[in-house]
Design a protein around this ligand. Structure first.
Ligand code: A3P
Length: 308
C-alpha cells in the first residue's frame, strides 16, 4: 500500500532491491509484465466514474506527450499547475503494479477524486468494462509500427523493469510476433480502430501531432468540450514541444530513479521524430517487415505514415 509520507522518487529508491527485469505472463493471450498478470483480477474490477478520461496507447506511441497536452488543456495552459507532480502521479497508469512502497496505479486512483485522467496500455478487450458502460471519453494515440518498434527497443534497453530487448535483429522479430509487453502492436491499433466510432474514441496519430501540433491540440480540446483562447492554445503547443518537455523534470521521466529508468543508456525523451526507423532498419529488414505488415494489416485500412 501507498505510504503517503514518501515521494514517488523515494518510494522507488526504497523498492530498488525488488526491481528487476520482470518476465512476461499472459492475460487472455496477451503477454504483459508478470506483476500485472498476477493482480489482473483487481485491475479488471476497476470501475471508473463517467467523468474519468482514459488515454490509451500501445507503449511508446506518444502517451506522455498526450498526457501533458491533456493536463494543460484541463488547467487552462497553466504550466505551474502542471508541474505539481510527475506525470505518473498526475495521470495514474491504471494497470501498473510495482513492488511496495511504490503505489500501484490502482492505489493512486483510489486516492484521487473524479474526474481523473487515467493512462493505460491495455488492448481494448482488456480495458475494464466500466469505461464502456459509463461511456467515458477515451483518447487513443497510434504511431507507425516502425518508429514505434524503434522507440520500444530503446525503452526496453533503458527500463530495467522490462524484459531484456536482446539484439536489434531479434527484437524486430519479437515485435512482429507480439512477444513484447502488452502484446501485438497490430492487434492493439486494430482493436481501438474497430470500435472508434461506436465507442466515441478519439483516435489520433503521432505523425499528425508532429506535422501540425496545433491542429491536434485543438482536436483534443474540442473532444474534451473545452474552448480555450488562441494564445492559451499557442502556449500549450509550445509547452508540449519535444524540446520543452525534454527539459521539464515533471514530464521527462527523470523523476524515475536510475535503478528503473537508466537515461544514460537511452533518454526517455529520446528523439521524438517521425522516420527515425530509417536509421535502424537495414534494407532487408525493412522489406521483410513491410511484407509481414501487409499480411498482418490486410483486413484494415488505417492511414499510418512512416514519413511526414
Ligand atoms: P522516441 O523514443 O522515438 O524518441 P510514450 O510516452 O508513449 O512512452 O512515448 C515515448 C515516445 O514519445 C518517445 O519517442 C519520446 O521521445 C516521444 N515524445 C515524448 N514527448 C514528445 C513530444 N513532446 N514531441 C514528440 N515526441 C515526444
Amino acid at each position: 500500500m501507498e505510504d503517503k509520507s514518501l515521494s514517488y522518487e523515494e518510494a522507488i529508491t526504497r523498492a530498488a532491491g525488488s526491481i528487476y527485469r520482470f518476465t512476461l505472463s499472459e492475460v487472455q493471450g496477451v503477454p504483459i509484465m508478470t506483476p500485472i498478470a498476477q493482480n489482473w483480477r483487481s485491475i479488471w474490477a476497476f470501475c471508473p466514474d463517467a467523468s474519468d478520461l482514459l488515454i490509451a496507447t500501445y507503449p511508446k506511441a506518444g502517451t506522455t506527450w498526450t498526457q501533458e497536452i491533456v493536463d494543460l488543456l484541463l488547467h487552462d495552459g497553466n504550466a505551474e499547475v502542471c508541474k505539481r507532480a510527475p506525470t505518473a502521479i498526475r495521470i495514474p497508469f491504471l494497470e501498473i503494479q510495482s513492488p511496495p512502497p511504490i503505489p500501484s496505479g490502482l492505489d493512486l486512483l483510489k486516492s484521487m477524486k473524479p474526474p481523473r485522467v487515467i493512462k493505460t496500455h491495455l488492448p481494448i478487450q482488456l480495458v475494464p468494462k466500466g469505461f464502456w458502460e459509463h461511456k467515458c471519453k477515451v483518447i487513443y494515440v497510434a504511431r507507425n509500427a516502425k518508429d514505434n518498434l524503434v522507440s520500444y527497443y530503446h525503452f526496453d534497453r533503458m527500463n530495467q523493469s522490462q524484459p531484456e530487448p536482446g539484439p536489434w535483429e531479434e527484437y524486430v522479430h519479437k515485435f512482429i510476433k507480439g512477444n513484447v509487453g502488452w502484446g501485438s502492436w497490430y492487434d492493439h491499433v486494430k482493436g481501438y480502430w474497430k470500435y472508434r466510432e461506436e465507442r466515441n474514441i478519439l483516435y489520433l496519430f503521432f505523425e499528425d501531432m508532429k506535422e501540425n501540433p496545433r491542429r491536434e491540440v485543438e482536436r483534443i480540446m474540442r473532444y474534451l468540450d473545452l474552448s480555450l483562447a488562441d494564445d492559451v492554445i499557442d502556449k500549450i503547443v509550445q509547452l508540449t514541444s519535444f524540446k520543452v518537455m525534454k527539459d521539464n523534470p515533471m514530464a521527462n521521466y527523470t523523476f524515475i530513479p536510475k535503478v528503473v529508468f537508466d537515461h544514460s543508456i537511452s533518454a526517455f525523451m529520446r528523439k521524438g521524430e517521425v522516420g527515425d526507423w530509417a536509421n535502424h532498419f537495414t534494407a532487408a529488414q525493412s522489406q521483410m517487415f513491410d511484407e509481414d505488415y501487409a499480411k498482418q494489416m490486410a483486413d484494415v485500412d488505417i492511414p499510418f505514415r512512416t514519413t511526414i
